[in-house]
Design a protein around this ligand. Structure first.
Ligand code: FCB
Length: 442
């Protein structure tokens, strides 16, 4: 019996990222990415693990495509490795790099799966980092050229485009705390400048997508922010939470949607505000067709009178230590809708890590993951039912992969990857998700 029926055109998807699954780190002309470089640093990743081989998806694409087909996916979100396309960061385009993604896109379309292409999921060419990376305004223009090269090749077939994956995440972890590539620890002023350059790059890329796509594109960004959840579903608590949501997201959402920085935060930053050039804000606020949000759990709980609090240690959590708060899916979609009214919202990542293993019967029975996804989908359903334009769900992730600084020590997949043999074993959650997609609900 299906109690939570989704609309017919709901985009059931799964997501991955180039550096996390492809491997083939130096094949067919690909240059070194910041993650290849960072992983070589002693202590940067668990046990010194690297993305060199990852899931070897580069060589196992057909097998993976068939797994997607059997799952019944309607959309597959993957990212393109910039170092494969323009190995020097700027200049010559590498046809072999483009061919790989063209084969992937064709393979998806043959199987009736819509590609959602993320142009930047954190693997900057190392050569560009050496010229300042995102601290350097020129990187934004290099990103525009790279985007144009990709869209010229694939924009006659692929229509769903995302510029950046989780900018706040790679900016803060990569340039502020240094626990992600490129492992820098920059002062506030530089961080804000990086934000500005990334947003500029986003706007320039949206322009490049529209200018080069032969088939009408749907272009947006995949975003994340701290997401607060109200303790009570009553007007005063909801209002307090909406304010908190706004405050935590406005640094990027105001420029993207309104073409201006939030005044209060700008004032508070004093001398740390970024340098802006004439015309930047118009470029940054190019209209988007949708916005994607990656949500794993609420960052805090809000009470109108008591203020905010985070989940106490005994709260149920995934192996990442992230609190399991399914209602957040409804709330983030609602606040986003109320504050910025984007035409379409996609939940572009949601999922959980657990220490999965193969049991004596050769299966991976990941009941906890089923429970997690099921609860989050029901919360998504509430948003859909209330008329919020939440139009797709992408599980993170298709298969266990290189989880950044955690190396291969976190398993988020609905397919188990044996990292010694590279064998893929669909988990119970894969079978369960296939059934959800088939029924268009749960
Ligand atoms: C997100 C990233 C994704 C993956 C998940 C667990 O922040 O976008 O690549 O690492 O977290």
């Amino acid at each position: 019996m299906v109690y939570h029926q989704f609309p017919k055109d709901f985009l059931w998807g799964a997501a991955t990222a180039s550096a996390q699954i492809e491997g083939a780190a130096d094949e067919d002309g690909k240059s070194v990415s910041v993650w290849d470089e960072f992983a070589k640093r002693p202590g940067a990743t668990r046990n010194g693990q690297t993305p060199n081989i990852a899931c070897d998806h580069y060589h196992r694409m057909e097998e993976d495509l068939n797994l997607m087909k059997n799952l019944g996916l309607r959309a597959y979100r993957f990212s393109i490795a910039w170092p494969r396309i323009i190995p020097e960061g700027v200049g010559a385009v590498n046809p072999k790099g483009l061919d790989f993604y063209a084969r992937l896109v064709d393979g998806l379309l043959e199987r009736n799966i819509a590609p959602l292409i993320t142009l930047y999921h954190w693997d900057l060419p190392q050569v560009l980092e050496e010229k300042g990376g995102w601290r350097n305004r020129q990187t934004a223009y290099a990103f525009q050229d790279y985007t144009a090269a990709v869209v010229k090749k694939l924009g006659d077939r692929a229509t769903l485009w995302a510029t950046f994956n989780e900018s706040p995440c790679f900016i803060n972890l990569g340039y502020r705390t240094g626990i992600h590539a490129p492992g820098a620890k920059e002062p506030e002023k530089t961080i804000r400048q990086i934000y500005h350059h990334v947003m500029l790059a986003h706007g320039l890329a949206i322009q490049a997508i529209r200018a080069n796509a032969k088939k009408k594109p749907s272009a947006g960004i995949v975003h994340c922010q701290n997401v607060p959840q109200p303790i009570f579903d009553s007007p005063e608590h909801v209002e307090a939470t909406r304010k908190s949501f706004y405050k935590q997201g406005a640094w990027m959402l105001d420029p993207l949607f309104k073409g201006k920085y939030p005044e209060e935060e700008w004032r508070e930053l004093g001398a740390n505000v970024p340098d802006i050039q004439n015309g930047d804000m118009e470029i940054i606020s190019q209209p988007m067709d949708y916005i994607g949000y990656n949500i794993y759990g609420a960052s805090e709980f809000i009470h109108a009178k008591n203020g905010s609090g985070i989940a106490e240690p005994m709260y149920p959590r995934t192996e990442m230590g992230w609190a399991i708060t399914p209602d957040i899916i409804y709330w983030y979609a609602r606040f986003l809708h109320e504050l910025y009214n984007p035409p379409i919202i996609y939940l572009t990542e949601n999922g959980c890590a657990y220490p999965d293993d193969i049991n004596d019967s050769g299966r991976v029975d990941d009941y906890a993951r089923i429970e997690y996804i099921s609860a989050h989908l029901k919360s998504a359903h509430r948003a859909v039912k209330e008329g919020i334009p939440l139009k797709g769900y992408f599980v993170w992730t298709l298969m266990d992969n290189f989880e950044w600084a955690f190396g291969y020590y976190r398993r988020f997949g609905i397919i188990f990857t044996n990292f010694e043999t590279l064998q893929r074993i669909p988990k119970l959650s894969y079978e369960w998700y296939a059934n959800v997609i088939k029924n268009n609900g749960l």
